[in-house]
Design a protein around this ligand. Sequence first.
Ligand SMILES: NC(=O)c1ccc[n+]([C@@H]2O[C@H](COP(=O)([O-])OP(=O)(O)OC[C@H]3O[C@@H](n4cnc5c(N)ncnc54)[C@H](O)[C@@H]3O)[C@@H](O)[C@H]2O)c1
Ligand SMILES: O=C(O)C(=O)C[C@@H](O)[C@H](O)[C@H](O)COP(=O)(O)O
Ligand SMILES: [Zn+2]
Length: 352
Amino acid sequence: MQTLALDTYPIHIGPVAKSLTLTLEQQPFSQLFVLADENTREHCWPRIAPALEHYQPILIEIPSGETHKNLRTCEHIWGQLMAHKATRDALLLNLGGGVIGDMGGFAASTFKRGMRFLQIPTTLLSQVDASIGSKLGIDFMQVKNSIGLFRNPQAVLIDPAFLDTLSDRELRSGYAEVIKHSLIADLSQWESLQQITDLRSADWAGIIPASLSIKKQIVEADPFEKGLRKALNFGHTIGHAIEGHALETDTPLLHGEAIAIGMICEAFLSTQQQGLPEAQLRQITDYLTARYGKAALRPDDYPAYLQLMGNDKKNEGQAINFSLLPEAGKVVVNQTAGKSHITAALNFYNNL
Ligand SMILES: NC(=O)c1ccc[n+]([C@@H]2O[C@H](COP(=O)([O-])OP(=O)(O)OC[C@H]3O[C@@H](n4cnc5c(N)ncnc54)[C@H](O)[C@@H]3O)[C@@H](O)[C@H]2O)c1
Ligand SMILES: O=C(O)C(=O)C[C@@H](O)[C@H](O)[C@H](O)COP(=O)(O)O
Ligand SMILES: [Zn+2]
């Protein structure tokens, strides 16, 4: 088992039954709750249940998917905690992907002004990104994660074995954040990703710690996103707007799928405004379209996207804020772009 420490909480990477047993032995708590969705209940709960037997855990199940990352589902979670008379010294285990982790952490942090929680991320996306850094929250009025807070978990327990049951589509979605980490901070990691042809057989036990250590360094330097942490939002100004908008359509996009589109658009803006070399723009575009295909963005939806970007949490004043790449492996934050430039970026994507 490998252990990294971020601020005040440990990140254990290795077999979950072992890390969970050790973690719970060090945590006095009055009651144990486990938050899962129908998929993690089926595929992930059996991996941890034997380690929890003598704690008599209470399982709270919510429906899977981003469309449930909202206040209504929080009410259900709070209702279950209340019904079982959870106190502030109870502990919640968030067993699932980024939706479970973000929303379970938010629900726990606000219940009776804050009970403790532990993150057990079970998707690639949550293992390399969502489970660390302490951003918690839910979507509201199509604006992603617009209601939330920063609060540390007691620990993060990462077991790459959970990925065995993850669908190819979800694996690919999580991989977008691996790509993002390399593009903002590590040219050699970006170059080594060029060698990966089949995600299913990739060396996750090596890739996950390498990718999350990029996030860890940035979060440690700027935990509350005063400046540098905005780097982790490369691809997200446009990506979140597209994701939030698609949430209320019949064809919602997964987070990583939307961020892949956002990274292409924002790489285009990077070439226009930061001098990202054309050859690198082409390499990024080719790499992402080869793996994520091409969505058709409707120009009729552009005004709605721009409206949503107007509520991006990075914005200062009225301008829309971006994190851009002067070159692959480097990032600058607090860059702005006007509507015509953003429209050109969306058109660039559409015309690929
Ligand atoms: N807090 C952060 O820093 C941060 C960072 C990145 C993304 N996010 C958020 O994370 C969310 C996306 O997370 P996600 O991609 O993990 O989505 P998710 O939580 O919806 O999980 C994806 C799907 O996989 C299923 N699943 C989970 N683990 C499984 C397993 N081991 N086997 C089989 N099925 C499994 C889930 O039931 C779900 O259907 C978005 O809401 C995004 O905004 C947050
Ligand atoms: O941890 C961060 O900071 C990130 O930006 C990571 C992102 O991948 C993630 O999608 C995060 O939820 C976005 O945060 P938000 O503040 O833009 O909602
Ligand atoms: Zn993201």
